[in-house]
Every structure is written in structure tokens, then in C-alpha cells.
Design a protein around this ligand. Sequence first.
Ligand code: C2O
Length: 588
Amino acid sequence: MSLSRLYTTPISSSITSNNPLRSSTKITSCPSVHLSNRTHYISCEHNKQTSKEASDVTYNVLDRRNVLLGSGGLYGATGTAIGAPLSPPDSTKCHKATDSDADPKEGDCCPPDYGKAKMVDFTPPSPNEPLRVRKAAHRYNSDDIVKFEAAIAKMKALPANHPWNYYQQANIHFTYCNGAFDQLNTKSLLQIHESWFFLPWHRYYIYFWEKILGKLIGDDTFSIPFWNWDNPKGMYIPRMYLNSKSHLFDETRNRDHYKSVLDYKYSWGDPNPTDTNAVVTANLAELDSIFKETLQFPALFMGKALRAGENQTPAPGRCESLHNVMHMWGGPPTPPYWNMGNFRTASRDTLFFGHHGNVDRMWDIYSTFRGQKVEFRDPDWLDSSFIFYDENEQLVKCKVKDCLTPESLRYSYSPEPLPWKNIRRRYKKLRSAAKKRSEGDSLKLTPVFGYGSEPLTLTEPLRALVQRPKISRSKDEKADAVEVLVIDGINVLSGSTARFDVYVTKPLEGLVGPDNGELAGSFVRIPNAHQKLSAGKDSSLELGISTLLEEIEAESSDELVVSLIPRNGDIVIGGVRIELFKVDDDEI
Ligand code: C2O
């Protein structure tokens, strides 16, 4: 049985009733079926929908587990369960990994003795172990810095083939990010980026790095810093990483960024921002939007499902897309973008671990906002596992379900203010001041048309009028389903790097002014060998827009103007549409 066939076949029932989101089913055929762990309802008539009455809205429902696993699972030719938790790779079969931007393009990165080492299950630390509190890097005092540097120095001084050696530790990222393993018993390469494994894998990765450093200096309370880039004070590369005599220094970083405020809208080669206040405010507003638009639907924050045996359709969440910007910012602006700007080499730079400390902290904040409700209750996520060398040089198999909170791994984040939580007023003021300045222009209205059915090349800003599945949704309806802008068939022709930004505004009777409106999110890709890993599959980008629509007062518009602004790379876009994603009944 062809897997891809199975995954696109419209095995679906759809629902039509007064309450379209919960009721009895009737079979219809529908072109777009999305599989999800949860019962997942999607408007299938998105482009053709004319009536916006609740009773006319049609939704798909497909419970993948009933379809795929209800009868004990489906199996591929090799006997591996398809649509099952990801197993650790066969450690004896590590092979070369790929770097599409480097010359030579392949590299050896297999951890030492993986083939011979015996693997045991990871046991989470006892709750009696001391809690290691990670502090913001910009708050590090000289004692903190000296201790951190001493630990890194020891790691660098280990024999080159020691699994704890600094560069061996860095290689672990290369193996898991650029396809040094096949998934167990399959030909699919293993890649943990651009999927729901992004956050848990990196949580474990930096956890072991921290534990090993602590062991090297004999301090079991040792913690690593986090680059607090969600706070204006932390929106600079923290000073301790910029001392050229320090073990924390990396000379490959982009020198232009040593003193500049970080710009979340950065794309390779952009000049430094000049208006610090405006950039800080826009950064904070973006963070605020990321949290608000994703809270009800974790895949929008964390990335979409990836299951054993699947060739991945790259689909990162907003947390990961934003995180790619800091990789771009840290690395040099030219190929192969080593170190920070390329997943092959990113973790050779200690700044990587500060960056991922904050990425991990974002996940912690996200879970806290959600009342610690587990993001995906799907065993295909929870029971998936990875392998690492632990602080006893033991190869351990770590399950996603054992790392759902920092506390379960006995660390925490020292509290810092979350200034993005109340940035809206300031941001709106700035926006309206900017609008005023261009008031004359806003009179120049131009017509805007639908996207059409053919893929389009994004060589210049592309604007399309997009139908909404339903207008004027009530509070309850919004609690039941999130409105999502879906951009799919994204194909990066020019290689491995790309960026485009997505803006939304409302049309004035089919016309639109020069202002693109509000940022809904961005597609940001840095080199990671995805072309090979995803077997040429196109990517998709899903951006929640429920809050954005309230802010631009567009809840009653039946159409929106979506603008795609190219920033880097030659990109083809398959289509743009708006769908309603049903929130899990047990969700908030
Ligand atoms: Cu595995 Cu920041 O990347």
C-alpha cells in the first residue's frame, strides 16, 4: 500500500448541522484532508464557501487513530509500524549527513562508539535532586561567567573522540538535523526540525549538555544561561559571548551584530535597524501574537505531527520559525553560514545553547499559560524517543513524555519580566503614527484578486484576496475552533535558505491601500538539508489569525487581503487559504 496514497485519500466523514463542530456525521468527499492525532475538523469548502451561515459550513472529521491503528496498526514493507512513535535510530547504522550549502556537502558526525554502546532507558532525576536554576545571560556576574567558561574549557580539553568533547557534543545536532540516521527500519531519514519534535529534542539536548558541564566541574547545581531575547535588555548578543579571549567566543559570528539590537524581521544581508524603539516594540508585538494565536492549538506553536516511517512535510510552528531568525542573526550572511546560521555547525557556537535555553523557556511559558496541559496527548508524540550520551557516558533512550516540564528534569528558569504581554497599546500607537505619515498614500487604492489555482513564484510582493470560511464568529465558536491562514506548496527553489513574511489586512470593497496590514507570521528557513530529507516535499505554513482579526476589526469581513513579502530565496507558493481548525474538546 502506498503510504502517500493512504495519507491523502479523502477517507473522511464530514459534519453538517446547526452546530457544525460537534454533531452527527455524513459522508462527503472532500479534497483536503489533514491528518492529526486529535479529531481534527477542517473546512473543506474553504475556497468555494459562499454562505457564511453556521448551518452551511462543512467540516471534515478524521480520527487518524481509528483509521490507522484501530485494528492494531498498519505496517510498511519493512515491518515498521507506520504512524507510530518515532523510535531511536539504529545506533550501528549512523552514516554521513548532508549540508547542502557546504563544500564538501557531506560530513561525518556519528558519535563515537554508538555502534558498540549499550543503550538503557533514561530515568528522570529524582525529585529530591537539587533544582538547577537557569539565569538570563545578561544578568551573569563575573563569577557566573568564570564558572561557565571553566566548564566549557574542560569540555573543549577532552580527547577529540570522547562523547562529551565539545565538538562531539556539537555533532549530535548535525546527526539529528541533517540526516545521519535513517528512521528505524525505514529509508526515511531522521530529522527533528520542522515538526512537533523540535522542542522536546532540543530540551533533552541542552539538558545533557548542562549535566555534562556540571559533572566536569563537579557541581551538580550548575546551570546554563539563557539568551533572554524576549526582553529589551536581552535583545543584544549577551556581552559574555563577545569577549574574544573567552571560551564562549566564536569568531564566525556576524560582526555587524555585535552591538546592534536584534531585529526579528532580519533576513540575511539586511542593514542593522536604526530605530531601536520601533524594532523592540515590533519584536515584542510579534511575541505577543505568537503566544495569543497558538495557545488553543499547540501545533501552531510547536510544529506539526511527524510519525515513524513518514517522509516529512516540513511544517514548523511559530516558535521554531522565530528561532531560525536568531540563527540567521548569529551566523555570517554568506554560504555556508557556519557556525550559527547552519544546523550542521550551529551548536559549535556556545551562543546556540544560550539561544536554545530561551527557546526552551518559551515552551515552558507556553505550557504554563496553558495550565500545564499536555500539548499533544497522542502516544505517537509522547512515546517517541531519542538517544543521547548522559552525564555518566551511558547511552540513554529518552521519551518525549519524560521531558514535558523543566521540573521533571530538575531545572527551572529564573523569572524574568514578560514585557511582550502588555505591548499592544504601545505597538498600536506606533503603528498609527506610521500610518498617519503615509496618509496621502492610503488614498491610492488598487484592486486585488483571488490567488487562483496555479502555484506562483514569489519574486515580488504577492497579494491575494482570500475567502474566510465563516464570518462574525461568536466567542463560543472561537473557543471551539481557531481560524488559520494556510500557505502550502511552499517550494524553495534556490537552495536551503529562505524567508517571506505574511501580512493580513481587510479590503475596502475589493480594493486595498499600500499598507500590507498586520504581520501574521513568517516562513524562515536556514540550511538543514531538508530538500533531501523531505524528498522534495513542499512545506506548509499555518498561522493562527483569530486575534489579529479582532485587532484589525475584520471579524465581519468575508474576505481578507493576504500579502506575501519575499525576503530571501526563490520561492514558489502553491496556494493560500483560510481554514477553521477544531480545538480538541479537552483543550482550554
Ligand atoms: Cu536544532 Cu536552533 O536548532
